[in-house]
Design a protein around this ligand. Sequence first.
Ligand code: SAM
Length: 270
Amino acid sequence: MKDYIQENKKRWEELAEVHFDSEFYNIKKFREGGISISDLEVKEVGDVEGKKLLHFQCHFGKDTLSWARLGASVTGVDFSSNAIRLASELSKELEINATFIQTEIQKLDQTDLTKESFDIVFTSHGAIYWLPELKKWAEMIAYYLKPGGFFYIAEGHPTALIFDDEHESELRVRYPYFHQDEPLAFDYDSSYASGDVKIKNTREYGWVHDLGYIVNNLIDAGLQIEFIHEFPFISWEMYPFLEEREGWWHLPDKFQKIPLMFSLKATKPK
Ligand SMILES: C[S@@+](CC[C@H](N)C(=O)[O-])C[C@H]1O[C@@H](n2cnc3c(N)ncnc32)[C@H](O)[C@@H]1O
């Protein structure tokens, strides 16, 4: 079988470096202070002061280090060695304590992290699409949470992912809604954050996961759902005709409102 994860890793190794220098991620501003996490997530996650937080798919650590700036003791994991190197360098440069571990999420239990447990497992914005299935992912979340700890995700809504992301003016169904084992395959020489930089590793594979599949895998792993919130806006320009308002991308007013993003909190029972 084709090694989809290795193909994706090649692309994400390149993207980590390109994104680090991008206007989209604006590292210059982050170096000056502040956080890259939205008010919405900060409010929904709540006070993290003194909490141990594990960040799945942390990219080059901007959000992970933001949680540290808010008082959490943080560990970020990502399969891109360039992302982990850049995250570690940034943490050192900004003198923000953090641990970064390079691993596929699916293989996290094969790392030195095995003996640790956390108050919060966090992941967000363009993460689960890269994972072929969510059973192991949910089990990993449950395994690393302390009893009473919680998982939080803010992510593109599966309903929004069915529409053509290249159509200039309309919502047209193009992709499946329900989880399937076979990935979608694309060749892109750019990314959501690469600007004019051409990406050499064009091939990427992604997996859609319906909302029921996401929620039921968390329930099957033993977590209790606290809330699922749906929002008519998202953190990136998902379709070319979205309009940006106060840091979020919305459909123009002439459209019916549909969910573009969801957030979910689930607790590991004591
Ligand atoms: C869109 S980024 C996450 C964005 C993040 N919320 C941010 O804005 O910083 C997706 C991340 O997932 C990582 N990734 C993709 N597949 C992975 C896997 N199987 N295991 C671990 N990390 C993976 C990529 O290296 C990338 O850093």
